[in-house]
Write a new protein. Structure first.
Lengths: 406, 169
């Protein structure tokens, strides 16, 4: 084994790590800006280049925030379980970062970009672990580990507030893993692969994004992704207006920063997953082509298209925060168990049935397979929605005041 | 309070209609409100570069000043009405025999503790000779508590600095 085989993944890891940390820092700034704009304010616009009066619209804010966090006094209360207290944020942070090993940030870099002397002949894939056969499984396994970070933090703090925050969070994350899995199963079934790059490639080749053929699955996955990222309207773990601070009440300094960054990375990951699984990844009709053998301009366009989609999704996450009120805890559980899980199951069954009988059905309807898929997908969504509204599955959970106060 | 007390009217939450249960309208409402504000006019004032404009300085209750008469003397006649009216007891006056023939007393010292003051304007209401007034100056700061106890000279200098600037009058 020559040492050169380590160069490619190592350089990718370095780039992705630095990129992620920078992106998380600047997304915090963007979040604050969006929050300010929605509230008719201007937002951070003072901090620019350090030690000068250059303001740069506040683009130096992330640096100032980071320095503040690093130099803050870090308190470890005397009543905590020291090992677990340290382990909580670490587990969460490591899990959040390592998920990005399988996430493609584009398609490939064609070999002609590099100098001849480097001896690169194959296209370089734009993910750290390209062709990882169980990519989706890996993402969900590490997503499950993030629950441990939350629960450990809540338990190790050894106070009521943290403990309750951890409990709420644990229950929420576990409940919404199910619809999240069901949402992604439809895509996996339709693609026939667990590889994220294969899922994009399939959407690119057919030109049919999964959101068009499986809108119900998209909806279920989106809602579950919001809940998994613990963003409003599902931010019950933190619920800063209601709880003291949730599971990270007792944390400060760098450990708190690790929790915060991990939460932001969850949102970024959720945006990436939604785009990759349902919105075609780097694919855009007429712009990006569909095969791996591409020249560098197309490769660049693909990276840009993916980045634009992910940014749009992140913006949606941030705007949603100010649009709808937080769910009450029982409403959250009802939505998860009584609506999202059945919807996910129906979607899965519909996809499976369509894969079996779709060809014949399309011929019977005298439509092309693609348009028949879209038509069936959207009618399934419509029917399920109407049926849910008619059946009102959460009806029995609204007891009269008189009964409720017994 | 008993649960079956006839005086209690039990009100139940109204059940949502089909449109409400479909969540679609609520979804759209929330998003449109957000977007309207996102692109709406911002209300932030970039202080200190841009000053907050006081709608009417005459009724604004900022830092106090002691007015001078036409001859540049302090108008105050040391009647203690302002100190009596003050609910925060922040005005301290030491009266002395007036050196001028048109009045009996004048304030030898006149101090206002701006940190105790609640800016209610009662002193201004009470003053029979319009000697004490509240200006439109609102950003008042100091490095120590002692510095924030304004004496007669300081209160007169507030008058000198605000007179004719449109901050007051």
């Amino acid at each position: 084994m020559s040492p050169s085989i380590f160069i490619e993944p190592l350089s990718k890891i370095v780039v992705v790590l630095i990129g992620l940390m920078t992106a998380a820092a600047y997304l915090v700034l963007l979040e604050r800006w969006v929050a300010a704009w929605v509230q008719d304010r201007i937002g951070p616009n003072r901090v620019g280049v350090p030690l000068t009066n250059i303001r740069l619209f506040g683009l130096g804010q992330p640096l100032a925030d980071g320095v503040k966090f690093l130099f803050k006094q870090e308190i470890t209360p005397s009543h905590v379980d020291r090992v677990l207290f340290f382990l909580g944020p670490l587990v969460m942070f490591v899990a959040a970062v390592s998920v990005f090993a399988v996430v493609p940030f584009g398609s490939v870099i064609p070999p002609e970009v590099f100098p001849k002397s480097w001896g690169i002949e194959r296209p370089i894939s734009l993910s750290i672990a390209p062709g990882f056969d169980v990519g989706v499984l890996y993402v969900f396994a590490l997503g499950g580990i993030a629950v441990y970070g939350v629960v450990l933090g809540g338990w190790a703090s050894n106070t009521k507030y943290s403990f309750l925050g951890g409990l709420r969070s644990g229950a929420q994350l576990i409940s919404y893993e199910l619809p999240l899995g069901l949402g992604v199963l439809g895509v996996v079934l339709a693609t026939g692969s667990l590889r994220l790059d294969a899922i994009i490639a399939q959407q690119a080749q057919t030109g049919l994004w999964n959101v068009m053929s499986q809108p119900l699955g998209f909806l279920v996955f989106c809602v579950a992704a919001f809940a998994e990222a613990a963003r409003l309207p599902f931010d019950l773990p933190e619920a800063e207006q209601e709880l003291v601070g949730g599971y990270h009440t007792e944390y400060s300094g760098v450990k708190l920063m690790m929790y915060m960054v991990a939460e932001f990375l969850h949102m970024v990951l959720a945006a990436f997953l939604i785009v990759i699984l349902f919105l075609g990844g780097w694919h855009c009709w007429g712009l990006t082509g569909s095969t791996d053998a591409v020249a560098w301009p197309i490769a660049l366009v693909r990276v840009v298209v993916l980045a634009v989609k992910v940014m749009g999704m992140i913006l949606f996450f941030m705007l949603a925060r100010w649009s709808w009120p937080r769910f009450r805890y029982d409403q959250l559980m009802q939505l998860g168990w009584k609506i999202m899980i059945p919807w996910g199951t129906i979607n899965l069954a519909a996809v499976a049935a369509w894969l079996e009988f779709g060809d014949r059905a399309a011929r019977a309807m005298s439509l092309s397979f693609g348009s028949a898929t879209i038509a069936v997908g959207w009618s399934v969504l419509l029917m399920v929605w109407v049926a849910t509204v008619a059946a009102d599955p959460t009806r029995g959970d609204r007891p009269s005041r008189r009964e409720a106060t017994k | 309070m008993k649960r079956d007390d006839t005086a209690i009217t039990w009100v139940n939450r109204p059940r949502l209609g089909p449109l409400g249960r479909s969540y679609l309208l609520l979804f759209a409402q929330g998003m449109t409100t957000t977007l309207r504000h996102l692109f709406g006019r911002k209300k932030t004032i970039q202080s200190p570069e841009v000053r907050h404009e006081i709608p009417d300085p005459h009724i604004y209750r900022g830092v106090h000043r002691l007015n001078r008469d036409e001859q540049g003397r302090v108008k105050c006649v040391a009647c203690f009405l302002c100190a009596t009216a003050c609910p925060a007891h922040c005005i301290d006056i030491v009266a002395a025999k007036s050196p001028w023939p048109d009045r009996e007393k004048y304030p030898e010292s006149f101090t206002i503790d701006e940190l105790r003051c609640i800016f209610c304007g009662m002193c201004e209401e009470a003053c029979p000779v319009d000697a004490i007034e509240l200006t439109g100056l609102y950003d008042l700061s100091g490095k120590s508590r002692e510095e924030m106890v304004f004496d007669k000279a300081k209160l007169l200098s507030v008058y000198d600095n605000t007179e004719g600037l449109g901050i007051r009058d």
